[in-house]
Design a protein around this ligand. Structure first.
Ligand SMILES: [Cu+2]
Length: 328
């Protein structure tokens, strides 16, 4: 979708892109759950543009004169439209950044209105959100199993919804019940700054795994490849952690070496995370159970330095440390 003034389409026969002119400065483009339409939010235009995907396909096949002919509706919905969610029953829910609203509108009615039916009732409902929403998304939205139950609105400026805890105020996300005609607020919660896109899915869709699979990490360190290896001034330190110890009590390198520490956490208990901190070298990271991570640094300070675990992992956690010896 492009700003209408800039639309220039090459020959559809050789083209892989189709530029459909829409109103000035468009924002989010969202597909309806049945895959029939794209809705492009107008942002600086108070409209949403409904593009019929089958007509775009027709353009590629040479059967549509202009890409703009793929536009089947352009309802006026309010100020600052940014993103659109769907309920699977033919309704669209567009966030209005300037109006601080979520507007529910009917796609078929918008198409009828565009065709000239002035009695078409495009807008179904409007609800205020606190405040200035950007992304919104519905449960199973943009999938063929869109269930029309819930809608989440990510609000970019909440200001007065929660107690301020510093210069940066918490923002909000608001959850709505969209199963009826009216959009109904059911939960209001704080969110990190600039809440962004997400999806709501049914819980049976999510296959949870409590810990990582060690073999998902190609560089995983196992007893057979653990240890230290030097190639010129590049030193590979392959380290394992298992509470309450690292596999090497002492790691000796030379000043000027480029040292890569690869660390695999061999613990399998959920939440048994180890840390790896070498404050002198400004290194501090964690490895979750069965996870592998690495860090590379230049050993440019001569001396003996602690490397230690930063997460409580065992009764002897405070003893979980190794020495990094950087020799001159
Ligand atoms: Cu520890």
């Amino acid at each position: 979708m492009v700003d209408g003034r800039k639309a220039a389409n090459p020959d559809p026969k050789t083209s892989v892109t189709c530029y459909v002119p829409v109103a000035k400065n468009p924002h989010g483009v969202n597909a309806s759950p049945d895959g029939k339409y794209f809705v492009c939010a107008g942002k600086l235009s108070p409209t949403a543009t409904v593009i019929d995907l089958s007509l775009v396909t027709k353009w590629f096949d040479g059967g549509l004169k202009e890409p703009r002919d793929a536009v089947v509706a352009e309802p006026e919905i309010g100020l600052g439209p940014l993103h659109t969610a769907f309920d699977g029953r033919g309704n669209a829910y567009t966030s209005l950044f300037l109006d601080s609203q979520c507007v529910k509108w009917n796609v078929d009615q918008a198409i009828a209105h565009f065709k000239g039916d002035k009695s078409a009732k495009v807008i179904v409902d409007r609800i205020d959100v606190q405040y200035q929403p950007g992304h919104n998304y519905s449960s199973m939205g943009e999938t063929k199993e869109c269930d029309g139950k819930f809608l989440n609105s990510g609000n970019k400026f909440s200001k007065d919804r929660f107690l301020p805890v510093g210069p940066l105020h918490p923002e909000t996300e608001q959850l709505f019940d969209i199963s009826g005609d009216k959009v109904r607020l059911i939960a209001d919660h704080s969110a990190y700054s600039e809440p962004h896109d997400g999806i709501i899915v049914r819980r049976d869709v999510i296959k949870t795994r409590q810990i990582y699979n060690m073999d998902d990490f190609p560089n995983a360190v196992k007893p057979e490849n653990a240890g230290i290896e030097r190639k010129g001034n590049k030193v590979q330190v392959r380290l394992m952690s298992q509470a309450p110890a690292y596999s090497m009590p002492v790691i000796k390198v030379k000043k000027g070496d480029e040292v890569t520490i690869t660390l695999t956490n061999h613990d399998k208990v959920e939440d048994l995370t180890h840390g790896c901190a070498i404050p002198t070298y400004n290194i501090n990271f964690i490895v979750n159970p069965q996870e592998t991570k690495s860090v590379t640094f230049k050993a440019d300070h001569v001396g003996a330095y602690w490397m230690y675990c930063t997460h409580f992992c065992h009764a002897l956690h405070l003893e979980m440390r190794s020495r990094i010896l950087v020799e001159a």
